[in-house]
Design a protein around this ligand. Structure first.
Ligand SMILES: Nc1ncnc2c1ncn2[C@@H]1O[C@H](COP(=O)(O)OP(=O)(O)O)[C@@H](O)[C@H]1O
Ligand SMILES: [Mg+2]
Length: 347
């Protein structure tokens, strides 16, 4: 059964079962409690007490069965996740407008394995295929050929909205991740519901308190009822980021998500990004134009060029990188001269 569960569904299922077990347990407790208050000196009292106790036993058994089921589900899920790469991209090619004069090979035979906990910075000049790679992973466009596997499940043909349960994405454009005409709390509510269809969530006091707590670091805790359209670009991007973490995604895709912000806000959103990645042990892929940042942050650096991954550097080798050696290696591999560093060096 757990075979087809994505992370959000799995967590929801566990939550549901735990609530069920608790309900059985408290029912059994009540019955035992009631039985203990009966007068055991009378025959009717004895009879009634033994009846309640045997009912309690029945219900305790159900509680135990539910607890067993939870354990089994957890075991199955952990087994499935163990040692599996989080994301596997195999021979993925994307051709836009095939067979026309506008034919464009945006990705060519891409192979990439992303491990759980990887934080990968992606660099590469404009048009090298970075966003297309993200579009393939999140299912915005279908691949031309190749396969994509997420946490052991082939998602190549899965529609975008289904993948969105497990893949969070933040774009460069701050207006993209939120609905301008809805309040902050309604936006957050929608984000929380992602991947949990059929579950009744209500915007009650507890939920609002939780939202407030989450909004405090980005100073929006007093603005739950304000429309998102009233926020600045930086605030909106911070909110989008916060919202993507609400559904506990397997994977975060960040596509130059600070590039449209002024330096101050860009820094704030980047700090927040690091904080969330750390807090939730997220696996993340982040496109950036800032080479130094890509060298300093994360455990892995990927460089793309003309639809290919031309560099994939991690560990010690990454720690020893400098912008200079990176540019030198790019020139060596891509065999092209920079006309300017603009495409790679500016943020
Ligand atoms: N929807 C599309 N239709 C046609 N061509 C596209 C589309 N999206 C991207 N491309 C082309 O694919 C190539 C890679 O684009 P993209 O992935 O956006 O690059 P990057 O994000 O690295 O700047 C570019 O030549 C671009 O023009
Ligand atoms: Mg792009």
């Amino acid at each position: 059964m757990s075979k087809s569960l994505n992370k959000a569904q799995y967590e929801r299922e566990i939550e549901k079962l735990e609530a069920k077990a608790l309900k059985y347990e408290s029912k059994a407790d009540t019955l035992i409690d009631n039985a203990s208050h009966l007068d055991s000196t009378t025959d009717t009292g004895k009879e009634r007490s033994s009846m309640l106790n045997s009912q309690a036993l029945e219900i305790s058994k159900k509680a135990n069965d539910t607890r067993e089921k939870i354990k089994m589900l957890k075991r199955q899920y952990e087994e499935r996740m163990k040692g599996l790469p989080l994301l596997k991209i195999e021979h993925v090619t994307k051709v836009f407008a095939p067979g026309t004069v506008n034919e464009k090979v945006a990705l060519e035979d891409i192979n990439l394995t992303v491990n759980q906990g990887d934080v990968i910075c992606i660099i590469g000049s404009n048009g090298s295929g970075k966003s297309t790679l993200f579009n393939m992973i999140s299912g915005t466009f279908p691949v031309t050929s190749g396969t994509i596997t997420l946490a052991g499940l082939d998602i190549t043909k899965q529609p975008e909205y289904k993948r969105a349960y497990d893949i969070g994405r933040v774009f460069q454009d701050p207006t993209k991740g939120t609905s301008a005409n809805m309040s902050i709390e309604d936006n957050m509510m929608l984000a929380s519901k992602k991947g949990m269809r059929g579950v009744k969530f209500s915007l009650n006091k507890t939920t609002r308190e939780r939202f407030k707590r989450l909004l405090t670091p980005i100073h929006l805790e007093e603005r739950l009822k304000d429309n998102v359209g009233l926020l600045s670009g930086g605030q909106r991007q911070a909110l989008t980021l916060l919202m993507t973490t609400l559904s506990k995604p397997h994977l975060m895709l960040l596509d130059e998500h600070t590039a449209a912000l002024d330096p101050g806000n860009a820094q704030t959103v980047m700090d927040l990004t690091k904080e969330y990645i750390e807090r939730d042990s997220l696996t993340a892929m982040m496109v950036t134009h800032n080479m130094q940042f890509a060298i300093d942050y994360g455990n892995r650096l990927i460089m793309m060029d003309k639809g290919h991954i031309i560099l994939d550097i991690s560990g010690e080798e990454k720690k020893n990188l400098t912008v200079q050696t990176l540019v030198a290696r790019f020139k060596e591999i891509a065999k092209t001269e920079f006309t300017s560093d603009e495409g790679l060096l500016t943020e």
